[in-house]
Ligand binder design. Structure first.
Ligand code: PMP
Length: 317
């Protein structure tokens, strides 16, 4: 345990000091082929999930639900695990990530490097990990953020990520649509709420892997767009389903090809969900050229998928 990064007495940073957690957010909003892309992979811990990790943990601290010496436990397909591991490292909590087997080994290694214990439960989809994390979270001394259920996840996206995007759009412009995959649903629902507050007609469009369109058809299959479609309909989406206009399917192989193209042609080294997001956002613009400002997100970086998608390329060449 690193005593510099893990104060023994409580979660608050000593007055007058800053940490990596202060660098979360304020990511660039760039134009990519006619749509707006928020470069969330530039957050500390490498994904959009740094935001909810910080937000939910600091709220739990403020409400006394998380005490010095406690263990944070969460089910994650990887990015939230990485993000919470970072927050736990800085604030001095123990971290237990419960994640399915068969997801990218990079994300498991990153959580471990950040000092977390990683428990592998279930195969590919997050269902079993979710159950285990929930059970563990009920024990004394444990806190489970419950990212798939917590309204704080929606609240963060509505009050932090959403307003940040609104501020970055050129003056006078308002979002006409937001396009995002559904892991927890927090990003899509929270951004939808933030954007509809300034443009009630803003479209809110989800993205699902065509192989596993769980929300649309109930199907649960393996796919390659990690971080979305985790094998069940998250509670957040169940509660807010009526706020989502519709969901579009994107095939895994097309998302992966688009991910490679984004790196090649736009210099953004991103993961597969970013590929799926850009494809769906561009298709929307093609079908509805009247939608001026279509917002999407590049949620995580390609480094998290070296073993699956990038290093094997060497052999293909
Ligand atoms: N893309 C990636 C890479 C993710 O890790 C996640 C979150 N699991 C999402 C998209 C979807 O975000 P949300 O959980 O807010 O639906």
């Amino acid at each position: 345990m690193n005593s510099v990064l893990r104060p023994e007495f409580g979660p608050e940073s000593p007055e007058g000091t800053t940490s990596i957690l202060d660098r979360i957010g304020d990511t660039p909003l760039v134009t990519v082929e006619g749509v707006w892309a928020k470069l969330e992979f530039l957050n500390p811990s490498g994904s959009i999930k740094a935001r909810i990790a910080k937000y939910i943990i600091e709220r739990a601290e403020a409400e006394g639900k998380l005490q010095p010496g406690d263990t944070i436990v969460e089910a994650s397909s990887g990015n939230t695990g990485n993000a919470l591991s970072m927050v736990a490292a800085v604030k001095g909590y123990r971290m237990l990530v419960v994640q399915p087997q068969g997801i990218s080994s990079e994300r498991l290694a990153i959580s471990r490097a950040l000092g977390a214990e990683v428990m592998e439960v279930g195969d590919f989809h997050v269902n079993e990990a979710l159950e285990r994390a929930r059970e563990l979270g009920e024990a004394g001394g444990y806190f489970c953020p419950r990212q798939f259920a917590s309204e704080l996840n929606v609240e963060e996206n509505r009050t932090w990520l959403g307003p940040e995007i609104l501020q970055q759009l050129p003056e006078g412009r308002k979002p006409d649509a937001v396009v995002a995959g559904v892991g927890t649903g927090g990003t899509l629902v929270g951004l939808g709420q933030a954007f509809r507050a300034v443009n009630p007609d803003c479209l809110v469009i989800g993205v699902e892997p065509a192989e596993s369109p769980t929300i649309t058809t109930g199907a649960v299959e393996r796919h390659q767009i990690e971080g979305i479609s985790d094998g069940f309909i998250p509670e957040i989406l169940q509660r807010h389903r009526n706020e989502v206009d519709y969901l579009v399917p994107v095939r895994s192989c097309e998302a992966v090809a688009e991910m490679r193209r984004i790196a090649n042609q736009h210099g953004c080294f991103v993961g597969p969900s970013s590929g799926a997001h850009l494809l769906a956002a561009k298709a929307l613009k093609r079908d509805h050229p009247e939608l001026e400002n279509v917002i999407t997100l590049f949620c995580d970086g390609g480094e998290k998928y070296f073993s699956e998608h990038f290093l094997p390329m060497k052999e293909e060449v």
